[in-house]
Design a protein around this ligand. Structure first.
Ligand SMILES: Nc1ncnc2c1ncn2[C@@H]1O[C@H](COP(=O)(O)OP(=O)(O)OP(=O)(O)O)[C@@H](O)[C@H]1O
Length: 322
């Protein structure tokens, strides 16, 4: 029996000024997954998010959040269990970083000891010195403020985090660091994330499921691999054609393991070298020239084993699909 979705949109339509922005759209987001909505400007991504947070009311359809119908009666309760990260850094300027981080947990009556502990863990994960807790937002750089914005969203341990283009105002290096930070905190807290971006590379990196949004519809909902390898139409194909992940040497090796190439247990009699799953296939060629099998790690857990044959099998499938 599948889990109850954290978000279930059924046949939602949203109209602005007599124009349909969302058209009969259905979507389920399941516990613990990162669902990315990607697409060109004006497709309706933000409207979907605003509908889920109750800021926009659909003209038709039904919304369930954690099994509760989203309506005026349930809105406050549902919102208290959501975290938000937006493109505009929305820290309160007249509050210290600590006050910014503790405000919501206090409203939720979480215990002070537990909150202090969580803040400590999150500050460490975000590589922010504890001394920053007494600073004000304008004493931090833009990237640091956005780090605080991210950990603030995770701080109350909400079931659901909505992220709307959270990194698009940042330089590429900060952007990559914050993507990694979000992925690592997500693995730690295991909450559900709905993430919006118009950047295909970001979508492919962050999403376990990706929905391509166009003209108020989701035109393909799929895993990153399937979107790149089996686009459902020319529009999706063109969108992802230029993406870095489309270049085969940039595929993360954890994707091979997760897609079933390689093995769950070590290949017998071959020495094992341990590597991080976010190394690329390009790195992997070289690693396998020097080592006979790779134990692929995600955080500190080994998720599977690859040898040269696993990689060749993967490449052969790619060839067939091209
Ligand atoms: N408050 C509003 N009033 C009227 N029309 C709106 C409003 N907000 C959005 N729209 C329109 O609804 C459509 C979908 O907009 P939306 O912001 O959801 O798209 P998006 O995919 O998030 O775009 P972007 O990537 O540019 O943020 C667009 O045509 C937009 O002009």
């Amino acid at each position: 029996m599948p889990n109850t979705p954290v978000i279930q949109l059924s046949n939602i339509s949203v109209v602005y000024d007599q124009q349909k922005a969302i058209d009969d759209l259905s979507l389920s987001v399941y516990p613990h997954e990162i669902m990315v909505l990607v697409g060109e400007s004006g497709g309706g991504k933000t409207t979907i998010l605003r509908t889920i947070s109750g800021l926009v009311k659909p003209v038709s359809g039904h919304i369930l959040v954690n099994g509760l119908t989203l309506n005026d009666q349930n809105l406050r309760k549902i919102r208290l269990n959501m975290g938000y990260v937006l493109q505009q850094i929305s820290l309160f300027p007249n509050m210290t970083i600590k006050q910014n981080l503790t405000l919501l947990p206090e409203i939720k009556h979480q215990s002070k000891t537990a909150v202090d502990q969580t803040i400590k863990e999150l500050m460490a994960a975000a590589k922010l010195p504890i001394g920053y807790l007494s600073k004000y937002p304008n004493e931090l750089s833009g990237g640091e403020q956005q780090r605080v914005g991210i950990i603030r969203a995770f701080g109350t341990k909400p079931d659901l985090i909505l992220m709307d283009e959270p990194f698009s105002a940042l330089d590429p290096v900060s952007r990559e660091q914050l993507q990694d930070l979000t992925l690592s905190i997500h693995r730690h807290f295991n909450n559900t994330i709905l993430f919006i971006t118009h950047d295909m590379n970001e979508a492919l990196k962050m999403g376990q499921q990706i929905g391509v949004v166009k003209d108020g519809h989701i035109i393909q909902l799929d895993t990153p691999d399937n979107l790149v390898r089996h686009p459902s139409n020319d529009y999706v194909k063109t969108l992802f054609n230029g993406s870095e992940a489309h270049k085969i040497e940039n595929v993360y090796i954890r994707r091979l393991v997760l897609a079933g190439y390689g093995r769950k247990t070590p290949f017998k009699k071959l020495p094992v070298t341990s590597v991080e799953g976010d190394r690329t296939l390009g790195d992997c060629y070289q690693l396998l020239a020097q080592n006979q099998q790779l134990a692929v790690r995600r955080d500190s857990q080994v998720i599977g084993y690859l040898n040269s044959e696993s990689v060749l099998n993967f490449l052969a499938t790619k060839e067939t699909n091209n």
